[in-house]
Design a protein around this ligand. Structure first.
Ligand SMILES: Nc1nc2c(ncn2[C@@H]2O[C@H](COP(=O)(O)OP(=O)(O)OP(=O)(O)O)[C@@H](O)[C@H]2O)c(=O)[nH]1
Ligand SMILES: [Mg+2]
Length: 324
C-alpha cells in the first residue's frame, strides 16, 4: 500500500468509518510496519479519549464489569471502544468466546467498538499493539476506551500504565493470597473492586487491602489519591453505581493533578517501545545472515565457538551496519 492509500484510510478512520478503522486495527494487531504511516496522521487527533483499564485474575468478573461499564457510558451518551486483551489462545480458552457472548448485546450499537486481541507477537508486541489500537479508537472519536487485561505480568502492567484510571478486580477468596503479593502490584490499582460478594464475605480481603495500601501515594504534586475499595456483585448487580461514581471521582482527580505527569510518562513509553521495536526488527533481519557467516559447524577449537566472543563480534558488525 502506498503512503497515499494509508493516508486515505487514516482520513476515513478519522470520520469514524468502521471498515477503515478495522483495517488499521488489523495492521496494528499484525504488527504491519505500515501502520506507523497511519498513526503519524492520526496522532494529532488523539488525546481526547478517557482510558480505563480493568485488570485482575482470570474469572474474577472483569468482562462482567466491562459490560456494565459499556452500558453505563452509553446511557450517559458517551461512545465506547473496548479492547479485550487475552494472551491465551482463543482456540483453547473459553474466555474470549465468553467475552464475545456477553458483549454481544452491544454489537449492533454503532457507539460501541469492540476488539479482542490474542497474540503476543514479537518483543513487547502485545502492549504496543494495544496502545496503538487505543490511539486509533481515540482518533476515531471514542469518548471512553475500556481495556481488559488478565493478570499482573509485565505486559499487563505496561498496558495499565497507559490507562488514566485503573480498576483492579479481586474476589473474596483471595483474602490470604493478597498478603503474599507485593504492595507494588497493588499500586497499579486506583480503584479496587472486590467482586462476587454474593458468594463469600469480603471483609477479610477488604481489611487486608486496606492495611497494604494505607501509605500508597499516586501523585507527585503533593495531592494524594486515596485508593478506593468497592464491593460489587456482578450477579446481583450491586455496587456498580458506586464503581462508576469512584471512576468519575478519579477522573476529576486525574485531570486536576496527574495529567501532565501521565502525558510525559506515556510519551516516553511510546517512544521507547517504537524505537526498541525498530531496532529489534533490524537486528533480527541481519542476525541470521551474520551467524551463518560465522560458520559455526566448521571444525575448530572450542575457543572459536565461544558464544560470548562471537556475540561481541556480531554486535560490532551490527553497529557498523547501523552507521552506514
Ligand atoms: N456469583 C457470581 N458470579 C459472577 C460475578 N461476576 C461474574 N460472575 C461469573 O463469573 C464468571 C467469570 O466472569 P467474567 O466476567 O467472564 O470474568 P473475567 O474476569 O472477565 O474472566 P476472564 O476474562 O476469563 O479472565 C462468569 O460465569 C460470570 O457470570 C459475581 O459477582 N458473582
Ligand atoms: Mg474476561
Amino acid at each position: 500500500m502506498s503512503e497515499f492509500d494509508i493516508a486515505k484510510i487514516a482520513a476515513k478512520a478519522l470520520k469514524g468509518d468502521t471498515v477503515a478503522v478495522s483495517k488499521l486495527i488489523r495492521m496494528a494487531e499484525e504488527e504491519d510496519p505500515q501502520v506507523y504511516a497511519a498513526l503519524k496522521h492520526l496522532y494529532k487527533h488523539t488525546g481526547r479519549a478517557y482510558i480505563i483499564g480493568i485488570t485482575g485474575l482470570p474469572g474474577s468478573g472483569k468482562s462482567t464489569i466491562v459490560n456494565f461499564l459499556i452500558k453505563h457510558f452509553r446511557d450517559v451518551g458517551k461512545s465506547v471502544g473496548v479492547i479485550a486483551v487475552d494472551p491465551s489462545s482463543p482456540l483453547t480458552s473459553g474466555a474470549i468466546l465468553g467475552d464475545r457472548v456477553r458483549m454481544l448485546e452491544h454489537s449492533k450499537d454503532s457507539g460501541v467498538f469492540i476488539k479482542s486481541l490474542a497474540t503476543r507477537g514479537t518483543y513487547g508486541g502485545l502492549s504496543r499493539s494495544t496502545l496503538q489500537i487505543a490511539n486509533i479508537m481515540d482518533a476515531m472519536g471514542k469518548d471512553i476506551i475500556l481495556i481488559e487485561t488478565v493478570g499482573v505480568g509485565q505486559t499487563e502492567a505496561s498496558i495499565m500504565n497507559s490507562a488514566h484510571t485503573t480498576v483492579l478486580v479481586l474476589v473474596p477468596e483471595m483474602g490470604d493470597y493478597v498478603q503474599t503479593i507485593k504492595a507494588g502490584v497493588l499500586e497499579i490499582g486506583d480503584i479496587f473492586v472486590i467482586n462476587k460478594t454474593d458468594k463469600r464475605d469480603p471483609a477479610e480481603l477488604k481489611s487486608n487491602i486496606e492495611s497494604l495500601i494505607r501509605h500508597n501515594s499516586q501523585s507527585s504534586s503533593g495531592k494524594f489519591w486515596e485508593q478506593k475499595i468497592i464491593l460489587t456483585s456482578g450477579l446481583l448487580k450491586t455496587g456498580l453505581d458506586e464503581l462508576t461514581a469512584a471512576i468519575d471521582e478519579h477522573q476529576v482527580f486525574f485531570n486536576d493533578h496527574m495529567k501532565e505527569q501521565y502525558l510525559e510518562k506515556r510519551l516516553v513509553q511510546e517512544i521507547e517501545d517504537e524505537v526498541l521495536n525498530h531496532f529489534i526488527a533490524f537486528c533480527r533481519k541481519n542476525l541470521k545472515e551474520m551467524i551463518l557467516q560465522e560458520d559455526l559447524m566448521a571444525a575448530g577449537a572450542i575457543e572459536e565457538k565461544n558464544p560470548y566472543r562471537i556475540s561481541e563480534r556480531i554486535i560490532e558488525k551490527l553497529l557498523n551496519l547501523i552507521k552506514e
